[in-house]
Write a protein that binds this ligand. Structure first.
Ligand SMILES: Nc1ncnc2c1ncn2[C@@H]1O[C@H](COP(=O)(O)OP(=O)(O)OP(=O)(O)O)[C@@H](O)[C@H]1O
Length: 314
């Protein structure tokens, strides 16, 4: 089943269309990375999907409930970690969570057991009676995460969950996200941290008012840049360019610093032929590796292409 489905979901603020015709399906148990530049409409999308604001047009189903018709059920099924978690500095960690548990309508007994569970899970139990005003940014973030989870939502929206955290605290949050996924929950992760998205996400949507691309990190890489093989050779790599360009499956090749970069579609089958051709021609090979592009390169290329296309159509 899909945790989230949208169909031509659109939200305008006056003449500004923040979310334009978004059609998307996110299967249950997925970590979905929602990437886009500042002002792309990501927070607006999260607010739409958690039934905090209404769409201008289009439809969506969240946790199987229809947006607009079953909003209360949607709110009960989702947990949200926003960029500015409103915690009460004068209350202790325990009191903060108990306060929010009551807002979620948990019984007093269940609230206490859930608060205890998440304080333990996020390693805040020893600090439960300390006022949150004295907490570090990492501790606050963990507390805000606990708050989003108290009612055991099936779908969790996380807006920049590791932003501003030191590497150790960020790692704790990332590991926690992996545990949530292992429990079968769906995570909708908004982030500008592309290596983090690459590490965590099963599916990625690149978004700038409209959905520019949707796919697994690997598919996005191949879709943007194709596949390729790097061959490191002894001596000047330009010497072997013609040797590989004549191979029928090679789309293109170039050489730099003793490395031949060869664009081809099926490395598993074609690398042995490529290597054989080079050896036959007299090349001495140091290493053969896949060409890998970072998600950051893919993202920047996509957003830049879209910016140029928008400029041309104006
Ligand atoms: N309540 C509102 N009234 C008017 N305009 C709004 C409102 N909420 C958002 N917008 C506009 O919609 C656009 C998208 O904003 P949104 O906050 O969704 O972007 P974002 O992708 O979350 O940005 P960031 O990465 O900077 O957090 C922006 O131009 C913003 O100014």
């Amino acid at each position: 089943m899909n945790a989230i489905e949208t169909n031509q979901l659109t939200r305008a603020f006056g003449s500004l269309v923040a979310v334009d015709d978004l059609t998307l399906a996110i299967p249950e148990g997925t970590v979905f990375g929602f990437l886009g530049p500042n002002g792309a409409g990501k927070t607006t999308t999260v607010r739409l999907l958690s039934a905090l604001i209404a769409p201008t047009s289009g439809s969506a189903a969240v946790a199987g409930y229809r947006l607009g018709e079953q909003n209360e059920a949607i709110r009960q099924s989702v947990g949200i970690l926003t960029e500015t978690p409103g915690l009460y500095d004068r209350l202790s960690a325990w009191q903060n969570l108990m306060f929010f548990a009551e807002l979620y309508d948990l019984t007093a007994k269940r609230a206490a057991s859930q608060v205890e569970r998440y304080l333990h899970l996020l390693d805040l139990w020893e600090r439960r009676d300390d006022k949150v005003g004295g907490f570090s940014k990492g501790m606050r973030q963990k507390l805000a995460l606990a708050r989003a989870l108290l009612h055991e939502p099936k779908i969790i929206f996380l807006d920049e969950p590791t932003s501003g955290l030191d590497p150790e605290a960020a790692r704790v949050v990332r590991e926690f996200i992996k545990e949530l996924r292992a429990e079968g929950r769906t995570i909708f992760l908004t982030t500008h941290n592309l290596p983090e998205a690459d590490e965590l996400c099963d599916l990625i949507g690149v978004f700038r008012s409209r959905l520019l691309r949707l796919g697994t990190p690997a598919h996005l890489r191949i879709g943007m840049f194709g596949t390729g093989t790097q061959v490191r050779v002894v001596g000047d790599a330009t010497h072997w360019i013609d040797t590989v360009r004549v191979l029928p499956f090679v789309h293109d090749a170039h050489a730099e610093d003793g490395v031949l970069s060869v664009s081809l579609d099926h490395p598993d089958e074609q690398n042995p032929v490529l290597v054989q051709a080079l050896v036959n021609a007299g090349a001495q090979i140091r290493a053969v590796e896949p060409i890998s592009h970072s998600l950051e390169e893919v993202y920047l290329e996509l957003v830049e292409n879209e910016r140029q296309a928008a400029a041309v159509s104006r």
